[in-house]
Structures are given as C-alpha cells and as structure tokens.
Design a protein around this ligand. Structure first.
Ligand code: ZN
Length: 119
C-alpha cells in the first residue's frame, strides 16, 4: 500500500461507510413499503412509485459501492491508477475527478455502451 494513496483511500473508505448507511436506510424504507398496500388508489400509486425510486436508488448506490470496493482492492494489489480492462495508466486528471474509477476513459465509454445495450 503506497503512502501517496492514503488520503484517497481514507476518502473512499469514508464514502463507503456513508453508502452503507444509506443502503441500510433504504432497506428500512423498503420494509415499510412492503407492508400491505393502502386501499386508497392514490396512496397505492404513490407507494408503488416510491418503491421504484427506492429500487433505482438502491441499484445506483450498490454500483458505486462495488466500484469503491474494487478501487480499494486495486490499491491493495498496487494496481491503483491502472485501467482494469486495458492495463494502461488512467489519466491523472480523470483520477483526480473520479478517485474511485477503475477504467480509463476509452474503456469506460465502451463499458457504459455495453451496459446500456444490455438493459
Ligand atoms: Zn482502458
């Protein structure tokens, strides 16, 4: 573990803790939402909508959590700053803007395209 990554690592770990708290809160909200639907139709619609919002939020947060965990693993392996797909160093500016990125801009674009095609 290289010293120069320490501040970034601390930042990522703090973010991870924050995310885990948010996830815990979402699952609490969801437990509430899973209670029998309200008889009132308007209320029902709101509850269903909330559920979808929670799902989307949950997915988004989980994706970020995975990304941060991967980045921390990369740091442990001394691979931080290298693209996990092509192995080339990731541009310093990109690392600065997105400290938990694990792909160079080219591979990230490909990855995003693939992902949106799969949906
Ligand atoms: Zn790459």
């Amino acid at each position: 573990m290289m010293q120069k990554y320490k501040p970034i690592r601390r930042q990522l770990e703090a973010r991870l803790a924050d995310i885990q708290q948010r996830l815990a809160k979402i699952s609490l909200d969801r437990r509430h939402a899973n209670q029998p639907l309200n008889a009132d139709f308007e209320e029902q619609a709101i509850e269903l909508e909330n559920d979808q919002v929670l799902d989307a939020l949950d997915e988004q947060i989980r994706a970020e959590m995975k990304q941060i965990e991967r980045t921390l693993a990369q740091m442990d392996e001394g691979m931080y700053g290298k693209c996990e797909d092509c192995g080339k160093p990731i541009a310093a500016k990109r690392m600065e803007a997105l400290p938990h990125t694990t792909r160079c801009i080219d591979c990230e674009e490909k990855f995003q395209q693939m992902r949106s095609a799969a949906v």
